[in-house]
Design a protein around this ligand. Structure first.
Ligand SMILES: NC(=O)c1ccc[n+]([C@@H]2O[C@H](COP(=O)([O-])OP(=O)(O)OC[C@H]3O[C@@H](n4cnc5c(N)ncnc54)[C@H](OP(=O)(O)O)[C@@H]3O)[C@@H](O)[C@H]2O)c1
Length: 276
């Protein structure tokens, strides 16, 4: 039986994927920060006759990652597929963010998953079909205003995945990046606003308001099951690709980015996002 370790399984894309894979008879180990939400995941699985094992990991603590890895569940089961999905968005113009806020963003979205990946690689090497699937974002390919910390963390995931894909290929381990557009999850609710992001000390309030109004009028989000289907496809594939763009919005944005001259693309993006 293929063992899948998926982080951020307590909500959104991670939860939908964990349930889908359990339904397809994978042995699923889901991680999350909140014990209560992990218990809810197990109960939701049980209600439909499935089993999902859970482990609490807070990516903001290296100790928590190390301890989880010492748990009997992770030492007994050999992981075949690691899905680095946990993450959140830090909102605010760079100038308004503190160093600590940026550090938390990178700890959760990049350094935590890097530490976990390091621990899982020996198990993936033993598997005949080892796979790492990193959940990036379309914002790991295209920058948008006021999301700089998040965007930077997701661009970093892209670079890391490219390097890892090369260095792990001699061991038969594949590395892929999934790049979703906008999907209905708890992401917006869990987004953290930089504590000074709206402060009048900085000249961004009007721009932020314009950005929000414009975003509202473009707002649409797809069902995260689509992302889960793509992830399942990667697990089943005998030679997965490096990148999987998921969602019509992401595909269109990337297409425009590829065909338009760079200056024109960013001019349009600026007009669309801030009206300036
Ligand atoms: N939704 C979208 O439109 C979208 C688009 C592009 C990319 N993504 C990416 O997709 C991934 C999943 O996001 P989502 O949309 O499903 O959001 P979500 O519903 O907010 O789920 C985020 C998950 O990450 C976990 N998490 C957050 N901070 C953590 C930490 N410090 N330590 C451990 N776990 C932590 C959460 O655990 P708790 O429940 O315990 O907090 C939760 O399980 C993220 O990497 C996100 O960047 C999402």
């Amino acid at each position: 039986m293929t063992t899948v370790l998926i982080t951020g399984a307590s909500s959104g894309i991670g939860k939908v994927t964990a349930l889908r894979l359990a339904k397809k008879r994978y042995f699923v180990i889901g991680t999350g920060r909140s014990r209560t939400r992990l218990q809810k995941l197990s109960r939701d699985a049980e209600k439909i006759g499935l089993n999902i094992e859970t482990i609490q990991i807070d990516f903001n603590s290296i100790e928590s990652i190390d301890n989880a890895f010492k748990s009997s569940l992770l030492t007994k089961s050999r992981v075949d597929v690691l899905i680095n999905n946990a993450g959140f968005g830090m909102w605010g113009p760079l100038e308004t963010l503190s160093h600590e806020e940026m550090q938390v963003q990178f700890q959760t979205n990049l350094f935590g998953p890097m530490a976990l990946t390091r621990l899982v690689i020996p198990q993936l090497r033993e598997s005949r079909n080892g796979k790492i699937i990193n959940i990036g974002s379309i914002l790991g390919r295209i920058g948008t205003p006021f999301n700089g910390a998040y965007v930077a963390s997701k661009f970093a995931v892209e670079g890391l995945s490219e390097s890892l894909r090369l260095e792990l290929s001699p061991f038969g381990i594949s590395v892929s990046i999934v790049e979703p557009g906008n999907f209905v999850t708890e992401f917006e609710k869990n987004q953290i606003r930089g504590k000074d992001s709206e402060s009048t000390k900085f000249p961004y309030r009007e721009l932020l308001q314009k950005y929000r109004n414009r975003r509202r009028s473009f707002d649409w989000a797809a069902n995260p099951d689509k992302v889960a289907r793509v992830i399942e496809g990667i697990i089943k594939s005998s030679s997965p690709k490096l990148r999987y763009v998921v969602g019509l919005d992401a595909r269109l944005a990337l297409f425009a980015r590829q065909i338009l001259p760079e200056k024109l693309f960013f001019h349009i993006l600026r007009k669309l996002s801030m009206g300036k």
